[in-house]
Design a protein around this ligand. Structure first.
Ligand code: 2AM
Length: 187
């Protein structure tokens, strides 16, 4: 199973984000826009794992999660990796939060100590909105950037659990299924 750890957003938050970015979708219909129900903040990608991994990860992450409190994600700002001139991943940002950084660090350290690979990418918390397969012509990228600049969305989402999600690839795009929920603060 293909697994990743994420902070899930409420249906209400996902809806609000989707509505706020509608002009961006319109400006760049050629991008692969993430379906509303799939919007999330990814914490760590594990890739293909045996069926025993969810149980093992739940055990090794429980202590970290219990020591936390629920986190308020402050969601705002639009951007792209590597940048908006040549976007590959279009995202909505999450404001810098030392607690989130520390939790991510502890998760990486614990997972590495238990034989899971370290993420090669630096942790840049974001909510992926769209992926761009073929390089976008500059004019299209500009139109997307203009639309992005006009989005003033700010949201606050309280998250009370780490979610371990299974990603199943289907012809209609990935489908995410929660296989474990590890409460923050042991709630
Ligand atoms: P992304 O949104 O920045 O692409 C499911 O694919 C989740 O795992 C996504 O949120 C994705 O992050 C994240 N992820 C991290 N590394 C990945 C990888 N090597 N392949 C696919 N997804 C990855």
């Amino acid at each position: 199973m293909r697994l990743f750890l994420a902070l899930e957003l409420s249906p209400r938050e996902r809806r609000a984000i989707c509505q706020a970015i509608a002009p961006m979708r319109k400006a760049a219909p050629e991008a692969s826009w993430v379906r509303e129900e799939n919007l999330h903040l990814s914490i760590k990608f594990f890739g293909e794992q045996p069926d025993t991994a969810p149980g093992e990860l739940t055990n090794i992450l429980a202590a970290i999660a219990t020591a936390q409190q629920p986190i308020d994600l402050r969601i705002s700002g639009l951007g792209a990796f590597p940048n908006l001139r040549a976007p590959r991943v279009v995202w909505m940002g999450v404001q810098h939060d030392p607690r989130l950084e520390l939790m991510h660090h502890d998760i990486e350290a614990t997972c590495a100590a238990n034989g899971f690979a370290l993420d090669a990418r630096a942790f840049r918390p974001h909510i992926t909105l769209a992926r761009v397969r073929d390089e976008m012509p500059l004019a299209n990228a500009r139109a997307l950037a203009v639309a992005a600049r006009a989005v003033g969305y700010k949201g606050v989402q309280q998250v009370a659990a780490l979610s371990l999600l299974e990603s199943t690839l289907t012809p209609a795009g990935p489908r995410y299924t929660q296989v474990a929920s590890i409460p923050l603060g042991g709630s």
